[in-house]
Design a protein around this ligand. Structure first.
Ligand SMILES: Cc1ncc(COP(=O)(O)O)c(C=O)c1O
Length: 553
């Protein structure tokens, strides 16, 4: 009796899996279940740039959630799944210009889905077969794209841009403190990065046992790139104080402004220090290019000929970024996120090293992993931090590199930069708005809006450099916050463009955070009319904020 009861349930359970041997009826049910879920998500689309309605998130109910006694069904669970997307921004919507999150191409979505069905595990080619080859192929394609010799380089996909920095710093630790993997990280290591590098430098230092306090943040120039003279001073001071340099992190595309460090100068400095101080190790240079890498597709674009026909302003902007991105190959290792500027689903992050011998520093003994690697020839699991690694990120990157090729990527990026440049032209053309990352040329535009009577030609420098501007700067920060809230509400009603705000795009010389509004363009569907709408929204927001200010004053 009890056997009978469980057997019936087992049938239902089996139905909820793709069949191991093709069964046309069931295959149709599987595919149709996905289609139905997609249809339901699609029904949540409207003119506003979010799925369904933005609403208050209900954590109280979530905290009371319990696992049910009874079995549910594919249909009911699918509805539940769809429901979780209520309020999600649609990243591909031309009115979504929030952050460095792009939409995923169809092949990259299929690429992420297939491994979900067949569960390859990249710990080894034993368990991932062709996907291990795909990882090698993506590594080779990306290595040659950025200028590494693919015969010398190697790479591994990991758990995000943060993971790529972690790998870079870990290799650096092993170089500065041989055997740290076995014996632990001794005191006295330091890591250098710019003040505008991503905050994950702190996670990395904390989690690797280096310690957050041993991260030295170097101020940046107005271009938001690291000040090489100050880096040199700090590095010399560290060496002379008996410290060992674990890594220099060069940020090749900062999160807010797309500031790009001069990696060539960082490498030159490292080499000079090694020689001068006769260091018995070579401090590692890691390039955090998780955003900027994609511009490498222009490394061999003939800007003079400009066969794709970009406007002169766009050509200048693209060439301006390439000037430094073309030097990426000088770094010892590089972080690359396809989920940022490669149009794939999360997570698709590649850690690349110029010299594959570097990976040896991370290898554990085979005897530590007795149950793995009995067959096959490639076992990244002997040096990866992770044990199980999904194939989705690898295959998604593989899909887009094949889909776009250089021309597709140039077209996408070139168009986005063209739109960002158009926005800049508009913002520069208005008396009350000003672009603050005017010396960076990406798809992200940071700008500030000012009330009547402010001279936007001079205010930026005054606020940034003169301590007597502190109160005014704070007022204007607040003014921009109010503009942002108006824009946000407006966008949520389906009437405008959804931009974001950064509380501190950089500090003033006297230590005060500068707020900026941020338009991050990554939707391939953005066109002139969306740029014009954003400018109109901003000017309207300004009027509303001004009139409200007058009413309340
Ligand atoms: C420059 C930079 N590095 C690292 C990261 C961290 O990447 P992830 O969020 O994929 O871990 C980011 C995230 O925005 C970033 O902008």
């Amino acid at each position: 009796m009890s056997t009978q009861a469980y057997r019936q349930i087992l049938e239902q359970v089996r139905n909820a899996f793709p069949q191991p041997v093709s069964d046309r009826m069931h295959d149709a049910y599987f595919v149709f279940s996905i289609l139905r879920a997609l249809d339901q998500v699609d029904a949540m689309k409207s003119e506003i740039p979010v799925l369904g309605k933005a609403q208050q998130l209900d954590y109280n109910t979530a905290h009371e959630a319990q696992i049910a006694n009874e079995l549910s069904s594919v249909e009911r669970v699918s509805e539940e799944l769809v429901h979780q997307f209520e309020g999600m921004p649609i990243w591909g919507h031309p009115h979504t210009q929030i952050n460095v999150v792009g939409p995923s191409s169809i092949p990259s979505i299929i690429a992420a889905l297939l491994p979900s069905i067949y569960n390859p595990n990249l710990v080894s080619d034993d368990t991932s077969y062709g996907l291990a080859v795909a990882e090698s192929a993506v590594t080779a394609m990306t290595a040659s794209l950025i200028g590494f010799d693919p015969a010398q380089a190697t790479g591994v996909f990991t758990f995000g841009g943060t993971g790529t920095n972690l790998y870079g710093a870990k290799i650096g630790i092993e170089k500065a403190f041989p055997d740290a993997m076995e014996t632990g990280v001794p005191a006295g290591g330091v890591l250098f990065a710019s003040g505008q590098s991503h905050y994950c430098r702190l996670n990395v230092a904390g989690w690797l046992g280096l310690g957050e306090r041993n991260v030295v943040e170097i101020p940046t120039n107005l271009e938001n790139d690291i000040k090489i003279d100050l880096l040199e001073e700090a590095a010399r001071e560290a060496i002379e104080g008996g410290k060992r340099i674990v890594a220099f992190i060069a940020t090749m595309g900062t999160t807010d402004a797309l500031g790009i460090d001069d990696v060539e100068a960082v490498v030159r400095l490292r080499d000079q220090l090694v020689e001068e101080y006769e260091l018995d190790y070579r401090p590692h240079v890691h390039a955090d290019a998780v955003i900027g890498w994609a511009w490498a597709v222009f490394n061999d674009y003939d800007f003079e000929e400009n066969t794709l026909g970009f406007r002169p302003r766009t050509v200048r902007a693209l060439a301006g970024v390439c000037r430094r991105i073309s030097k990426l190959h000088l770094a010892d290792s590089i972080g690359i996120d396809f989920h940022k500027t490669g149009f794939t689903p999360y997570i698709s992050s590649l850690f690349l090293v110029r010299d594959r011998e570097n990976m040896r520093l991370l290898v554990r003994g085979r005897e530590q992993m007795p149950y793995l690697f009995q067959t096959g020839e490639r076992h990244p699991g002997v040096y990866t931090l992770e044990t199980s690694r999904s194939g989705s990120g690898v295959l998604a990157a593989f899909a887009n590199l094949h889909l776009f090729g250089k021309t597709g990527m140039r077209t996408l990026l070139g168009h986005l930069v063209e739109m960002a440049e158009l926005l800049r032209e508009h913002l520069e053309g208005h008396e009350s708005t000003t672009v603050v990352n005017d010396k960076n040329f990406g798809t992200v535009t940071l700008f500030r809006v000012y009330p009547d009577g402010i001279d936007t030609w001079t205010i930026k420098d005054y606020e940034r450099t003169d301590i007597s501007a502190r109160e005014e700067l704070r007022d204007h920060n607040e003014y921009n916050r109010r503009i942002f809230h108006y824009l946000h509400e407006h966008a949520m009603k389906g009437k405008g463009v959804h931009v974001s705000m950064t509380d501190c795009y950089r500090h003033t010389n006297y230590g005060e955070p500068i707020v900026a509004l941020k338009s991050y363009m990554l939707s391939p569907f953005i066109d002139e009319q969306h740029v014009e709408l954003l400018v109109k929204n901003v000017l309207e927001a300004r009027e509303k904020v001004d009139s409200h200010g007058q009413q309340t004053s």
